[in-house]
Ligand binder design. Structure first.
Ligand SMILES: NC(=O)c1ccc[n+]([C@@H]2O[C@H](COP(=O)([O-])OP(=O)(O)OC[C@H]3O[C@@H](n4cnc5c(N)ncnc54)[C@H](O)[C@@H]3O)[C@@H](O)[C@H]2O)c1
Length: 459
């Protein structure tokens, strides 16, 4: 069945037919592959979920989770009353609502929670949730500060609950395709990676709409602050929390973390050993204390599964250029160019023979010496030895309407149902979050930060 037909079935049949078996999507080499979202899943086995943090991504995540057969939303928690009313408006009047997440965790009828709060609450709620017997899908970055990560890992190990970090690129079909291509060795030895996530608009720079009824009656401000410094109510700090270091992790924790997740998934790397970063606030000077431009360079040492390589990455929220391909994975014999939902591979084999002539020292020698050198070269190398062998360009595109978030949720719920490994467990989550958070640290310290990715400790 072709992609168009599948989309058609998705559109007309809604949830129950969304997961249909064995679709004929072909990979970059023309081999048939099956998307995770096309594997048949039984809806008999109900999983009841609670949402904690019903903001922008809470809506995306919940709507996506509900597309997986057998998932039912039972309760929603948020600190702004308007979002609780909205939850009832959108997901049904029987949904239990609360401003206290502990009321969600104490309910026996909830199996799993989606944690979609601002970053500074991720570790606390994740730990409390797993200790309360709930499986957890926690949005990225897994933690607000590097030191908080180990406790999340320990709690997951102690409780045995399923824990998935919500950087959906880890389940994306083109990322997994790039991984396969990378592992085939077609681009030669990996030397360099670059990845960017630039934006230009106000929403892209997190100047989200603030409701006109934002005040201390509608927002539980004290609960929101949690372990952050006590400051008087400020609607901007609540509804545009990303712009403040006390609650968010800046462009590095927010967006560079996705780039790291992608690169770690493709290369199988556990992370860099050295992180240098520069940060500036150039354009969005609206009272925020977060940078709107962060550029970083990370050194990945040689490990069992990859050679040493450098990773350049950048997020510019005031981008006035035309953003090109968001990522390139460069080897000695080729390159994987990653688009947002596609990839292209260019590759070649170098000629055996070194060149002679052209931009070379040859022309600077006497006529006689040039002839002698050419003769010597011809003795050593055949015409074939002089050829560059360019391979056929490989192209892969996500099917129309493809949603990696859906595949990420399928992976999460499958793990709860069958014990299958999640794509982004707590260890993976910390190994992606820590180098991103180390960018902020490097900017503040004005020097490189050393990270032991094996032990998951700053040095
Ligand atoms: N995976 C992705 O692609 C992706 C995209 C965007 C955001 N995110 C992540 O999702 C999280 C939420 O981002 P957002 O844009 O939805 O923010 P948002 O401000 O729209 O929503 C956050 C909500 O969390 C609530 N909240 C905060 N602390 C709480 C607490 N202690 N108890 C209950 N509710 C609490 C707030 O009331 C708010 O409504 C962030 O960590 C962000 O990094 C992930």
């Amino acid at each position: 069945m072709n992609n168009t037909r599948r989309d058609f079935i998705r559109k007309i049949s809604g949830t129950s037919a969304l997961i249909v078996g064995g679709m004929a999507l072909t990979d970059a080499y023309g081999k048939t592959i099956t998307l995770q979202s096309d594997v048949k899943i039984s809806a008999n086995d109900k999983i009841r979920i609670g949402l904690i943090g019903s903001g922008i991504i809470g809506h995306y995540d919940t709507d996506t989770a509900l597309k997986v057969p057998g998932i039912e939303l039972v309760a929603v928690c948020d600190l702004y009353k308007g979002r609780l009313e909205r939850a009832k408006e959108k997901w049904g009047k029987d949904i239990f609502i609360t401003q206290d997440y502990r009321e969600i965790l104490s309910r026996k009828d909830i199996d799993a929670v989606l944690i979609c709060t601002s970053d500074h609450w991720h570790d606390r709620i994740s730990i409390d949730a797993m200790n309360s017997g709930k499986h957890v899908y926690c949005e990225k970055p897994m933690v607000h500060h590097i030191e908080e990560g180990q406790a999340v890992i320990d709690t997951q190990k102690k409780t045995g609950k399923v824990f998935q970090v919500g950087s959906q690129v880890a389940s994306s079909v083109s990322t997994l395709e790039a991984k396969k291509i990378y592992e085939s060795g077609i681009i030669g030895e990996l030397t360099y990676v670059e990845a960017t996530n630039d934006r230009s608009s106000a929403n892209g720079a997190w100047q989200y709409t603030i409701p006109t009824d934002a005040n201390t009656q509608t927002v539980d401000w004290d609960a929101y602050l949690g372990d952050a410094p006590k400051v008087p109510f400020d609607a901007k700090r609540f509804f545009r929390w990303r712009n403040y270091k006390d609650y968010g992790t800046g462009v590095a924790g927010d967006l560079i973390v996705h780039l790291l997740t992608n690169i770690h998934t493709i290369t199988g790397s556990i992370g860099p050993s050295k992180i240098y970063a520069l940060g500036e606030l150039n354009y969005w000077k609206d009272g925020r204390d977060a940078y709107d431009l962060v550029t970083s360079l990370m050194q990945y040492p040689e490990r069992k599964n990859h050679p040493a390589f450098q990773f350049f990455n950048r997020v510019n929220l005031a981008d006035g250029g035309t953003s090109g391909s968001p990522a390139k994975i460069v080897g000695t014999e080729g390159m994987i160019e990653l688009g947002w939902s596609s990839l292209k591979v260019k590759h070649f084999k170098r000629p055996k023979a070194p060149e002679i002539g052209g931009y070379d020292s040859l022309n600077t020698f006497t006529q006689a010496q040039q002839e002698e050198a050419r003769k010597a070269h011809a003795v050593l190398f055949s015409e074939d030895d002089k050829k560059w062998n360019y391979g056929k360009e490989i192209v892969f595109k996500d099917p129309d309407g493809y949603d990696s978030r859906l595949d990420h949720f399928i992976n999460f719920f499958e793990s709860i149902r069958t014990g299958k490994k999640v794509h982004e467990d707590a260890t993976f989550g910390l190994r992606a979050a820590a180098p991103a958070l180390a960018c902020n640290l490097s900017v503040e310290l004005g020097k490189p930060v050393l990270w032991d990715a094996e032990k998951m400790k700053l040095e």
